[in-house]
Design a protein around this ligand. Structure first.
Ligand SMILES: CC(C)(COP(=O)(O)OP(=O)(O)OC[C@H]1O[C@@H](n2cnc3c(N)ncnc32)[C@H](O)[C@@H]1OP(=O)(O)O)[C@@H](O)C(=O)NCCC(=O)NCCS
Length: 164
């Protein structure tokens, strides 16, 4: 099994040309996946979109985030189900946090389904705090809705970061 991930996967920017592979992962990872149009809109808008890819395994995972003035909104973080629980989400979040620090972005926001204990555990472990609730934010099938937990992570200002 470990041979599958030797050598380690690498981070590359996501492009429209990657979307066929990305959509396979997206559909395997979510009951309510993003549409291809959601990805295309995010890429066209210039959102930060990075993928972790492996020579033989292909797309291991990815994230997309919408930059704001001094903060960024993590819109999608996904690891292929067959490759989960191997630390890949940490690699993706490390990359996001590094880019935020380099760009003097002070805060990361995200929403997560209330029932998504794996992701809530991940974000809590990374230092994200639960700061709000959006009632009925997500579709949940058969005309039902599910709450979103709003989480945020404050990134310490680096030397030279000008606060206005
Ligand atoms: C949530 C997700 C991104 C985690 O990715 P991953 O690569 O499997 O996670 P990692 O191996 O990097 O694990 C990091 C931490 O996440 C948490 N975690 C991951 N999988 C978990 C599980 N099955 N149960 C409980 N906690 C889990 C743990 O805190 C873990 O740290 P630990 O291994 O020290 O306990 C992945 O499960 C996924 O893509 N899920 C479907 C899509 C999704 O829900 N995305 C988040 C939307 S907000």
């Amino acid at each position: 099994m470990n041979a599958l991930l030797q050598p380690h996967p690498v981070l590359v920017p996501m492009t429209v040309g990657d979307l066929a592979s990305v959509m396979v992962v997206e559909h395997s990872a979510y009951s309510f996946p993003w549409t291809r149009g959601n990805f295309i809109d995010s890429l066209a808008a210039g959102y930060l979109a990075q993928m972790l890819v492996h020579d033989t395994a292909g797309v291991v995972g990815y994230y997309l985030a919408m930059p704001g003035v001094d903060e960024i909104h993590l819109l999608n973080l996904t690891v292929a189900p067959a490759l989960q629980r191997r630390g890949h989400s940490r690699t993706l979040l490390d990359d996001l946090e590094r880019r935020c620090r380099e760009s003097h972005v002070g805060k990361i926001w995200l929403e997560v389904r209330a029932s998504n204990q794996r992701a809530r555990q991940l974000y809590a472990q990374r230092g994200f705090a639960e700061v709000g609730l959006r009632r009925g934010y997500y579709p949940a099938g058969a005309a039902r809705r599910e709450d979103a937990i709003v989480m945020s992570l404050a990134l310490p200002a680096e030397h030279g970061h000008e606060l206005d």
